[in-house]
Design a protein around this ligand. Structure first.
Ligand SMILES: Cc1cc2nc3c(=O)[nH]c(=O)nc-3n(C[C@H](O)[C@H](O)[C@H](O)COP(=O)(O)OP(=O)(O)OC[C@H]3O[C@@H](n4cnc5c(N)ncnc54)[C@H](O)[C@@H]3O)c2cc1C
Length: 424
């Protein structure tokens, strides 16, 4: 008789788990509380779904920070090529874009979601939508059933929890799985927002430049250590320079999102974090000073505003002039050396004090989750409860943008589906 596998959550991990478990002959039922499957897949990658990344394995796992090691062996079993081959079987062709990011060639996230639903249904998996899983029923450290919100118990040989994180709750991921896993004894590493915009103390300053985005800035997050300052340890590799954006509450954009989890953790540890922005990362302080001096002499009758427009976006140029004590309409020949020096300093080391981040629901992913120490890295089976499997964002795994979060969910779901179907 085939094994009864119940999957809670029809997102990235749940859908692929359903497809593979059913493909291997299990009797699969998927419980999904939303009206449709994979709502987060649909909005992923700006609705284009950045499925995975082209980076080689050793580099790939660095994008998960320290916890990436957990995925190494799983990736030896089911990685990018296997995932892309599976999607191709269901009609999804892909293309590699900037930064090795892999998207459907059609540019449509719904193609990925639909392909995975087809994978599952074609092999006989059934779906119950608008149905909320409430509790994993365990007897003598073995899964026996999944209980629904209305108290109905569905007997199961295996339950796979793929309920996602606690971010973007409108997609259905409201953190239910953490509660269900904790109720059967699992440790949940504290949840924090990752890939999240940051807020600053100097709201009035950033408001003046909200909407200004920079293509090529260097962002360094500093904490005090004694009298000195040192850059904080960031979980994901940070490109030396990149894009950032000012918002009405603080800062955002790719560089900031990548660094945000490290900043959130430093703030949680009680540290005071300062952001230093270098607007001219390609030039040393001396080079900036020399070029400004040269331009001040060459264009002595120009306004500061006009000169700085050659250096920075308009709104930012005015802000920096004023912060240097210079009215933007002043002529260059009236500016004192000390004022010019202050401009040099602001161009190379513009400071903002980080006050926090937007809340957990606004992070693109949830960091923290079910402790990896309690999950088998090849089968994704709980080490505490036999027959219980956990995959996707419910685990204490969060990665940078670039397709890494979805690949972790797909790999975990696939291997959990395999093990659940075979009783491994
Ligand atoms: C705006 C945005 C863009 C993103 N873009 C990308 C990207 O391009 N590339 C990338 O790699 N990552 C991206 N991510 C992250 C990625 O989408 C997630 O990490 C991934 O979807 C997690 O997969 P999952 O299966 O664990 O959870 P989810 O995909 O969130 O699925 C969880 C499912 O469980 C259901 N569920 C929850 N609780 C219950 C319950 N009690 N009973 C029944 N069902 C339940 C939910 O309704 C949901 O359908 C993005 C995230 C956001 C918010």
């Amino acid at each position: 008789m085939s094994r009864k596998v119940i999957i809670a959550g029809a997102g990235a991990a749940g859908l692929i788990a359903a497809g593979h478990a059913a493909e291997l002959g299990a009797d699969v039922l998927v419980i999904e509380k939303m009206r449709e499957a994979g709502k987060k897949i649909l909005i992923s990658g700006k609705e284009r779904c950045n499925i995975t990344n082209n980076a080689p394995l050793e580099k790939f796992i660095t994008y998960y920070g320290r916890n990436g090691q957990f995925l190494r062996n799983a990736y030896h079993r089911f990685f990018r090529d296997e995932l892309l081959a599976l999607l191709r079987r269901y009609g999804v062709n892909t293309q590699v874009e900037r930064g090795g990011r892999i998207f459907p060639a059609s540019g449509r996230a719904d193609e990925v979601r639909d392909a995975l639903v087809r994978y599952a249904t074609e092999h006989g998996a059934t779906f119950r939508y608008l149905t909320e899983a409430q509790r994993v029923v365990v007897r003598e450290k073995r899964v026996v059933a999944l209980e629904l919100w209305n108290g109905q118990r569905l007997p199961a040989d295996a339950v796979i929890l793929t309920t996602g994180g606690a971010s973007w709750p409108g997609t259905g991921s409201t953190g239910d799985g953490y509660r269900m896993a904790a109720a059967v004894g699992h440790t949940v590493v504290p949840l924090r927002p990752a890939l999240v915009p940051l807020t600053v103390v100097e709201r009035e300053v950033v408001k003046e430049v909200q909407g200004v985005s920079l293509r090529n800035a260097r962002c360094t997050f500093l904490v005090k250590q004694g009298r000195k300052e040192k850059p904080i340890r960031l979980p994901f590799p940070m490109p030396p320079t990149g894009e950032m954006l000012f918002t009405h509450f603080g800062v955002s954009g790719p560089l900031i999102l990548t660094a945000s989890l490290g900043v959130v953790d430093a703030l949680r540890a009680g540290k005071k974090v300062t952001l230093s922005i270098d607007f001219k990362p390609g030039m040393s302080v001396e080079q900036v000073r020399a070029r400004l001096q040269r331009e001040f002499e060459q264009y002595a009758h120009r306004h500061v505003r006009k000169l700085l427009k050659g250096w920075l976006p308009f709104k930012l140029a005015d802000l920096l002039a004023r912060m240097s004590g210079i009215e933007p309409e002043r002529h260059l020949y009236t500016i004192r050396v000390a004022e010019r020096e202050r401009l040099v300093q602001l161009l190379k080391d513009f400071r903002l004090t980080i006050s926090g981040s937007l809340p957990l629901v606004a992070g693109m992913v949830t960091a923290g989750g079910v402790s990896l120490k309690e999950v088998h890295p090849l089968t994704f089976e709980s080490r505490l409860i036999s027959g219980l499997y956990l995959a996707g964002e419910i685990l204490d795994l969060a990665a940078d943008t670039g397709g890494f979060n979805l690949q972790a969910a797909f790999t975990g779901g696939y291997l959990a589906g395999q093990a659940a179907a075979s009783g491994g």
